[in-house]
Write a protein that binds this ligand. Structure first.
Ligand code: TZP
Ligand code: MG
Length: 217
């Protein structure tokens, strides 16, 4: 079996919506359905923060959101939690630099699962690629209040540096991205945009996702 092709992953990354129960003003299922109706192309379940669900409640929510994704053909990615990803047979996993290395994940999950890695430097990007990552998340591009331990704001600089160095791996920008400020991220060489609050926290979630689709083009 072969790895999923870069061109497929590039398309799936266009509007990559991330959330957990703590990010949502309506129920997570309502938010996800509206975001899908608005045009998201990939979803990451990221249950974090002080009020995060754990154990059976977390599993139950993840399962229900996975079901919604499945019925709409949207890839379902789990943040960090390899146990959850394996139990649910998720489409993939996303990890940060402090988490299980991509090499270990690739060994455990095999070639057909999507593995995403957060990278902040050329060195981290090179290591992730060597380890078998399918895509990179690069940021925070702009200031964000959705991640307490976010690194320093990078603007679009790191994305430009990675592209200028010749890296062609699919990548998304993340951090503080809105429909109004996403174009420079794409222009710097991103294949897509990763978003939490500008979609999950919107009064009209579907309209918020649609605005990204319009802006990304
Ligand atoms: N990693 C870097 S910034 C960030 C993550 C998970 C949070 C992005 O959330 P928002 O609300 O789109 O700024
Ligand atoms: Mg992590």
């Amino acid at each position: 079996m072969e790895r999923i092709s870069s061109s497929v992953i590039r398309q799936q990354l266009k509007l990559y919506f991330i959330m957990g129960s703590g990010n949502c003003s309506q129920t997570p299922a309502e938010v996800l359905r509206a975001a899908i109706a608005g045009g998201i192309t990939m979803f990451q379940f990221r249950e974090k923060g002080p009020a995060a669900l754990t154990g059976a409640a977390c599993m139950e929510l993840a399962r229900s959101l996975q079901q919604i994704c499945r019925s709409h053909g949207i890839p379902f990615i789990v943040n960090d939690d390899i146990g959850l990803a394996v139990t649910l047979d998720a489409d993939g996993i996303h990890v940060g630099q402090e988490d299980v290395p991509a090499r270990t994940l690739r060994e455990q999950l095999g070639p057909r699962k999507i593995i995403g890695v957060s990278a902040h430097t050329l060195e981290e990007a090179g290591q992730a690629i060597a380890d078998g990552a399918d895509y990179l998340g690069v940021g925070p591009v702009y200031p964000t209040s959705s991640k307490d331990d976010a690194r320093a704001v990078q603007g679009t600089n790191t994305i430009s540096v990675l592209r200028r160095s010749g890296l062609s791996i699919p990548l998304v920008g993340i951090g503080g991205i809105t429909a109004a400020n996403c174009r420079p991220v794409m222009a710097a060489g991103a294949d897509g945009i990763s978003v939490i609050s500008a979609i999950a926290g919107a009064a009209d979630v579907q309209a918020a996702a649609e605005a990204f689709v319009q802006a990304i083009g």
